[in-house]
Design a protein around this ligand. Structure first.
Ligand SMILES: [Zn+2]
Length: 202
């Protein structure tokens, strides 16, 4: 039987990771499911890691299997080994920071077709306010396979709902052509009125 997809979308500081961990914890506690938490991390070659919510009031942290964002398929071996060790299926795969995973759509389809329920949390838009990776494409699975889309809510400092992740470099709005990866940048959720993107071409 195919699995179902629970998709958690939102800007920075919308408690996506806390919600992912809460759902993983509920499945473990109340449904006696084995939940494997995955996290893309290009700094390591895979292995043990930790997924941690930035919200101190959130669900804390959880052990995670790290994998290279360019090759999520390497995780299939870890799933197979885990299933051998626990003597049953891994019922649920929870993926954090899904926007970084290359080939996320195909990877999610493989997991769903293999019968795993899949939870994916990630940013819907990048700092230029365009779709980030393949997160938005995953809504198709919710229609076709069943499951749910949750829009995680964040607020701008003005009090309005924030749909954008404002990138800041040394406290100033980052220009449109700033590099994708930049050490020392930071983000805050902003509404349309307060989202600033200097140098935006159109
Ligand atoms: Zn605002």
């Amino acid at each position: 039987m195919q699995g179902k997809l629970e998709l958690l979308l939102g800007p920075m500081r919308s408690n996506k990771t806390a919600e992912l961990l809460r759902r993983a914890d509920m499945r473990r506690q109340y449904a006696s499911q084995y939940v494997m938490v995955l996290k893309p991390n290009d700094d390591t070659k895979g292995g043990p890691g930790v997924v941690e919510s930035r919200n101190p009031m959130g669900h804390g942290k959880m052990d995670a299997v790290e994998f290279k964002s360019t090759n999520p398929w390497e995780v299939l071996q870890a799933i197979a080994e885990t299933e051998k060790n626990i003597g049953k299926r891994v019922e649920c795969i929870a993926i954090d920071e899904g926007q970084f995973v290359e080939g996320l759509f195909a990877f999610a389809r493989y997991l769903l077709d293999a019968g795993h329920d899949v939870l994916v949390a990630g940013l819907d838009l990048d700092f230029r306010a365009i779709p980030f990776g393949e997160m938005l494409n995953l809504t198709w699975f919710v229609n076709a396979y069943g499951g749910s889309v949750t829009e995680c809510i964040a607020y701008c400092a003005c009090g309005n709902r924030a749909f954008y992740s404002q990138r800041l470099i040394k406290g100033q709005p980052a220009p449109w052509d700033s590099p994708v990866k930049l050490p020392g940048d930071s983000y805050e959720p902003r509404c349309a009125e307060h989202f600033v993107l200097p140098g935006r071409p159109h």
